[in-house]
Design a binder for this molecule. Sequence first.
Ligand code: HEM
Length: 467
Amino acid sequence: MSAIAAPTRAPFVPPAPPAPEGPLGPLALLWGLWANPIGTWTRQNFDYPVLETDGVLGRLVVVNDPAAIRRVFLDNVANYRKDALQLRLLRPGLGNGLLTAEGEDWRAQRRALAPRFTPRATAGFLPAMLATADWLMERWAPLRDGRRLDVATEMSLATLDVLERTIFPAGLGRDPGEFARAATEYFDSIGRFHPLDLINAPSWIPRPGRRTGAGAIKFITTAVDEMIATRRRWLEENPGAADAGGPGDLMTLLLRARDPQTGLGLGEDEIRANIFTFIGAGHETTANALTWALFLLGSDPAWRAEVEAEIDGAPRTLDAAAIEALVKTRATIDEALRLYPPAPTLSREAIAADELAGRRVRAGTTVIVSPWVLHRHRGLWEAPERFDPRRFLPGRRESIDRFAYLPFGAGPRVCIGMGFALQEAVAILAAILRTYRLDPAPGHVVTPVQRITLRPKGGMPMILRRR
Ligand code: HEM
């Protein structure tokens, strides 16, 4: 008698725009970059270690070879600066803050801010992150089972709440919902590659269809100016309070920062730019990571059951060691960051000629390292299109090349908030899964779309149920 095999579930392949078979013509490329840049990567990009093009975007080299990536971000980093297009997109809001500054300006800011993000300082933020998780659970408590919820908005509110409890404990001075909406509006408008920007048209030529994000920038700038003024007044009225255990938060640090080498403080513009930067870079990215992780878990109930069992076995109040022991929860976040990297494109400009993966790179060339492509590259990953969080479990994750997996970048300009974001994401995901099960809303088609960050188009409706 032959045994009847149990039906095996086909592996889950999360949604992604299909890669065009061949290079796009100039108009199709400009349109694609405007509509959704991740949809413009051709199949070749996912197969080749390095590709060179010379077209409407100028001379570009797309690098997917880990050794060459290491050269750009680490070994020959002095030869690669942030490129003009990236700065043109980011500077209207982020000014000359840590993400966009270059050279000595950047070094001085990084030296001043690094103490806030050491592993020890990050571990000190865990209770605040757990308090946010409790706040979120209280927020959801009155909701009935079967309720449809936009998880993308909920995660933005949660990650903003974390920022308020950790690096801006005096508050953002505005309703968090309004802040989250302004940040989305900012990325939606300035985060689009307008065809006229891409062909380097002079800035006085109107950009049809382009929203400037001016309203959002004004909203955030006014709030930030008020935050600075309030804290300045407080520091003047309470001299020495910050040293005596008063608010040693990021805001105080920025206002009091002195470069140990020059003794100079940060300028008014740099302070404002950094507050804007930390709000912009510090919440929408982590919110996207959590949103995609919840979607992936909801799409693979068997894996979700394993993660739930892990969380059920953990202590109710998580400390740093308990967070570290949640290896399946963490692997889910790592896999979400692989499939849907919140920062899907990194770029640099070669200052002098160089050689990458055997190719000569001329001075002035833009070098693109796209985590979206790299993380789905067929030469670097097994079944890259599949959701397989087990690849990040201890024993297997060690075989992943450091320069094949770049959700947080690499080298001296690696994300300063990497440890912060990972701890926050695991803490919040664990709190949600302990109590709730979220399933993708029937009938909704999930589409990843790039607007500087990578987010689900139209939000992420999911159905909420208590476990
Ligand atoms: C999952 C969440 C996050 C992701 C995927 C992410 C990704 C990145 C990436 C890829 C870079 C490097 C950009 C480049 O090399 O061009 C970066 C830089 C940066 N990130 Fe994050 N980030 C996250 C969370 C955070 C958080 C929580 C903060 C702050 C609280 C933060 C603040 C910054 C800043 C200030 C920089 C610029 C660092 C420098 O140039 O020195 N990020 N991030």
